[in-house]
Every structure is written in structure tokens, then in C-alpha cells.
Design a protein around this ligand. Structure first.
Ligand SMILES: [Zn+2]
Length: 174
């Protein structure tokens, strides 16, 4: 799926895929919480008092899907949150329960653990394709350099290097 997403944009297998571009491809609107018309009290709670309590959420309304991102978090975090939410959508995940607001908006939540894992795997492949990891590590680029190139956190890069087996493959090559 990650390869197909790149191909559809005319990108090579190791090229960087911008999550906001991918959202546009999936016809999903993305908005930062700071762009919402929140009351001062809610905005303060969500973006200043407790900005680490949430990262993003997906809302369905009138056949359209929108993702709200926590605009107080750093960009690398917003990238992985957005890709994770898009992965749920691309994988066609149906949440175990939905909350419906008074105005009929659907708040999608409560995915199963298996679905969360699937979304994380696809998110990782979308943001950090294996061919890129292999080529860059073979050229001696550090984990931190790769993370910066692909606008992701060091932790995500470390996880992908381990889970894709790229380090092991290079060790055998040496
Ligand atoms: Zn999720």
C-alpha cells in the first residue's frame, strides 16, 4: 500500500511522501486544532494546559472525513499522527464504537489493538520506506540524519530500522 501511494504520485520507492499530500489523495481534510473555533477555555486546556494528552482525531460528517491535529505538538509528531489516522482510513478500519455528537458528527474511536498495530505498521512504511532506509544506511547516514530527512522522530526511525531488518541485512553484507 505504501509503494502504491508513492507510485500514484509519481514518486520513487524511496522518495519522501508528505502526509498532507497523501491526505489530499485520500480526499481527507486536515485541520490544526488552532484553526478551530474553540472557546478560549477549551483551546487553553487542549493546547496549553495538557497538549500531550491527545494527538489527533478523525471526524466523519455528511460523507466527508476530517482529521484534526494537535497543532501544539512538533511537526514530526504531527506527521506520524496524521499518517497513522490516514492508515486507519486506507485500511478500511471500522472502529468498535463511535461517538455521535448532538449535531450528528461521528467521532471515530476505539479501534482494536490489532487495528492499531496495522495502522502503525502502514504509517511507518508510508513515512519511512524500507528502500530508503537500506540505501541511506548503506551510505553511512545516521539514524538522526535519516529522521531529519524524512521529517520523523528519532524513535520512529529507530523502530523502522529494527522492524524492517535493515540493520541485520547490512551487517551480513559487511
Ligand atoms: Zn489509531
Amino acid at each position: 500500500m505504501a509503494e502504491e501511494a508513492r507510485r500514484a504520485r509519481g514518486l520513487g520507492p524511496a522518495d519522501c511522501l508528505d502526509p498532507w499530500d497523501y491526505a489530499a489523495d485520500l480526499k481527507v481534510d486536515v485541520i490544526g486544532a488552532d484553526q478551530l473555533d474553540l472557546s478560549a477555555q477549551y483551546a487553553r486546556q487542549l493546547l496549553e494546559v495538557d497538549p500531550f494528552s491527545w494527538s489527533g482525531l478523525t471526524i466523519g460528517h455528511a460523507g466527508k472525513t476530517m482529521i484534526v491535529l494537535n497543532s501544539a505538538q512538533v511537526r514530526a509528531r504531527q506527521c506520524s499522527t496524521l499518517m497513522h489516522e490516514l492508515a486507519h482510513i486506507r485500511l478500511g478500519h471500522v472502529p468498535a464504537s463511535v461517538q455521535i455528537s448532538e449535531t450528528g458528527m461521528l467521532l471515530l474511536s476505539d479501534y482494536s489493538d490489532v487495528q492499531e498495530e496495522e495502522a502503525d505498521w502502514l504509517m511507518g512504511a508510508l513515512l519511512l520506506p524500507r528502500p530508503a532506509l537500506l540505501a541511506l544506511r548503506a551510505k553511512g547516514q545516521t539514524l538522526e540524519q535519516i529522521a531529519e530527512l524524512y521529517a520523523v522522530s528519532d524513535d520512529l526511525c529507530r523502530w523502522r530500522l529494527r522492524m524492517t531488518g535493515v540493520e541485520t541485512q547490512l551487517r551480513y553484507r559487511r
